[in-house]
Design a protein around this ligand. Structure first.
Ligand code: HEC
Length: 307
């Protein structure tokens, strides 16, 4: 996970190089098998293998994970690419079609069996998929709740409107008081107790005090979601040391979540109501930004950026 996270920012380029490279290797190894060892793998089998590989790649390798709809788009593009490849020369196209045509013609007993089975099974398969898709689910909704629902475009806290896309944490500042993405990296080993610490570290300390006065009962003194009340609740309090919580979120998203709490979640956040309190009722705007600053500093995660 850590290794994958290091390259997060380069993902599109990395994907092109890595996937393209692996695909070429794949095709090349079939070429070598044929030329050096005389083992001919049928083009249809090669294409199927390549397609399965790409699906597995999109599903498990890309980080942060992409939603199914995007995976489907990528897979379709890959499929088009594979078709262009197998149909690029007459021989390879013939090779690709050969097993399909053999099954349709059914001149041998084996192909006859395959054809008979597919003619009977295919309609059933399609019917089953359709039915499976439509049938209402009666299982207990284990993870139906959307953990990170779409945030609103803006949120109003203490009468002040924050546009989530443009707002930023006023305490994430370098020594000159200017907003800085790099300051956390710079002071990640800093000592918040040092009286002469830079402004950023002082804010982190104040955020820590707010955390231990308000949040650790649920989110735990290690920020791992194991506070003393944690197990009384369902859903359990977020574990900030887990890469799936604040590490996945923009800082303004967290600001919105902390201000509005469980009660402020949109409908997808249910059916189980969260006990996360709406902190705007107890903390000032500044205190909320500071406690968020502390959570990122302590866990060593960086907020996600909009791009
Ligand atoms: C009464 C227990 C409780 C307290 C106290 C509490 N929280 Fe939470 N918090 C939760 C629960 C439960 C969740 C998970 C459900 C949810 O997302 O609403 C949560 C979720 C969160 C999330 C969302 C994380 C995510 O991945 O979406 C943030 C951020 C958060 N809490 C910050 C804080 C801060 C900051 C404080 C202190 C000012 C605090 N919490 C105090 C119970 C609590």
């Amino acid at each position: 996970m850590t290794a994958l996270k290091l390259v997060e920012g380069y993902m599109p380029v990395q994907m092109l190089i890595e996937m393209g490279g692996l695909a070429l290797l794949f095709i090349w190894s079939f070429y070598l098998l044929d030329k050096k060892m005389g083992i001919k793998v049928n083009k249809l089998a090669q294409a199927t293998g390549l397609f399965l590989f790409s699906i597995i790649y999109f599903r498990f390798r890309i980080y942060p994970p992409i939603p199914f709809s995007v995976q489907a788009i990528y897979a379709t593009m890959t499929l088009i690419g594979i078709f262009m490849w197998v149909s690029s020369t007459e021989t390879s196209w013939q090779d690709f079609r050969q097993p399909l045509i053999a099954v349709v013609d059914a001149k041998t007993p084996t192909t006859q069996i395959i054809r008979a089975v597919s003619v009977v099974l295919l309609p059933f398969l399609v019917g089953f998929l359709g039915w499976n898709n439509m049938k209402p689910s009666i299982d207990e909704p284990i993870e139906l709740r959307t953990v990170h629902p779409a945030p609103p475009a803006s949120t109003k806290v203490h009468g002040k409107t924050f546009v989530l896309q443009t707002a930023s944490n006023p305490y994430r500042v370098d020594d000159d008081g200017k907003y800085s993405d790099m300051v956390q990296k710079k002071y990640i080993d800093g000592n918040p107790w040092d009286e002469k610490a830079p402004p950023y570290m002082q804010y982190v300390r104040e955020g820590g005090q707010i955390f231990f006065q308000n949040c650790h009962f649920c989110h735990g003194d290690n920020l791992n979601g194991r506070g003393m009340f944690a197990f009384a609740f369902n859903p359990i309090p977020a574990n900030f040391t887990d890469a799936g919580t604040i590490a996945q979120l923009q800082e303004t998203f967290v600001f919105w979540r902390v201000s509005k709490g469980g009660i402020g979640l949109p409908r997808e956040g249910f059916p189980w109501a969260s006990v996360m309190p709406p902190w705007e009722q107890h903390l000032t705007i500044d205190e909320i930004w500071k406690v968020i600053l502390f959570e990122y500093w302590h866990t060593g995660y960086y907020p996600r950026t909009w791009d």
